[in-house]
Design a protein. Structure first.
Length: 391
């Protein structure tokens, strides 16, 4: 795997004698996927260091045992603004135990790729690492090496700039997640073996304002079904379940409903088997992109700037520029009124369908069965996920 410093370059030198690295990114699935190019760059820069992901409770399910630019996953304790949960506090007994154990680890580098640093920088500083790195929003404390946080920067590029502060040059701009045989087997257990193309629909999103209406997804499902496509509904949680039920009620297409039935690994395997994923700006859309599946995403304009796909050959977007609440007119780019009505409902079905049909016409099997864009096999055996430093 060759590095390409011309992509972004680096702003800092390599830190000498690095054996252990901690990386904080304890938020949602889509947020994690956007860090993958930075994680790959970090591994390339420090190939013999042990890399520990400091993550959320869902991280071990997806990452443990999966080949990638990490060696360990450690779930961080509830800490306000880092991992919000009942009882979250900066000085709880759980936090004190965690920080004491982290200092015993003797991290050489600790990076926060989590956010603007108001809450995450104090957390990273308390790990006791030799060198700390992270973005710094207005009023946030500084770490040893830092860049100003700006909300108008794409997350992939922000994370790459941050790891560049410790000499990690970009390897790729494309997030890639390696599939395992277990992922593929789980997908095979729930998907039909027929020759018809599969298209995944994910109607959910963490923010209700980013959810395209169920009736619009149903219209896309009907049109794709008429083209001989098997439509697969994916998602988890009660909101996705409600949206999937509404799609089924409004659609006349034969739908395969897998909502709530898939582990994260199985979801990755299902998405890799699909020719295309049509989704809101959501974790499953990012995951589909990372496993090599073409996507059509419904985005708010500002979120497209932060988190949209960087290429268009296999990824298309349908964008809403609306910022005013449909109920009270409050400008949602400046404050949140609490109505949480969709701001993407006006995206035309025809726009999404045209993009989907165009990508389907491109043909070809799902990319999971071939070599990935970075030259790493997309389906990996049970080898060790990374090289560990001597403890």
């Amino acid at each position: 795997m060759s590095r390409s410093p011309a992509l972004l370059g680096t702003a800092g030198g390599l830190v000498p004698d690095v054996a252990r690295i901690a990386v904080l990114r304890a938020n949602w699935l889509g947020d994690w996927v956007l860090t993958l190019p930075a994680m790959t760059a970090l591994r390339a820069a420090y190939p013999d260091a042990e890399v520990t992901v400091l993550g959320a409770p869902w991280h071990p399910e997806l990452l443990e045992g999966r080949p990638g630019p990490w060696d360990r996953v450690v779930v961080v304790p509830p800490w306000p603004g880092v991992r919000d949960a009942p009882g979250a506090a900066r000085d709880s007994p759980e936090v004190r135990r965690f920080l004491a154990a982290s200092r015993e680890e003797g991290y050489d580098l600790a990076l926060q790729l989590h956010g603007g640093g108001g809450n995450s920088n104090p957390f990273v500083a308390a790990l006791g690492a030799r060198v700390t790195v992270g973005a710094r929003d207005t009023g946030a404390p500084a770490l040893d090496r830092w860049l100003p946080y700006s909300s108008d920067q794409h997350e992939v590029l922000r994370c790459l700039e941050l790891v560049g502060l410790v000499g990690a040059a970009p390897v790729s701009l494309q997030p890639r997640l390696v599939l395992t045989p277990a992922d593929a087997a789980a997908a095979d257990a729930v998907l039909p073996a027929g020759p018809e193309p599969l298209v995944a629909l994910h109607p959910g999103a963490q923010d209700p304002r980013r959810r395209w209406p169920a009736r619009s997804f149903a219209a896309v499902a009907d049109a794709l079904g008429a083209e001989g496509v098997q439509v697969v509904l994916v998602g988890s949680g009660p909101d996705d379940r409600a949206a999937a039920d509404a799609i089924r009620a409004a659609s006349s297409a034969p739908l395969l409903d897998l909502v709530g039935r898939l582990s994260l690994g199985a979801l990755a395997g299902v998405l890799a088997r699909c020719r295309l994923a049509v989704a809101n700006d959501s974790g499953p859309r990012h995951l589909a992109e990372a496993v090599g599946t073409a996507t059509v995403g419904v985005f708010l304009e500002h979120n497209l700037l932060n988190a949209g796909p960087l290429t268009r050959r296999r990824h298309r977007v349908a964008v809403s520029a609306r910022t005013d609440c449909p109920v009270c007119g409050t400008d949602q780019s400046r404050s949140r009124c609490g109505h949480d009505r969709s701001l993407v409902a006006g995206v035309p079905v025809g726009t999404v369908l045209a993009a989907a049909l165009d990508l389907l016409a491109d043909g070809g099997p799902a990319v999971h069965s071939a070599a990935s864009l970075d030259g790493v096999p997309s389906v990996a055996g049970p080898q060790q996920p990374g090289r560990r430093a001597a403890r």
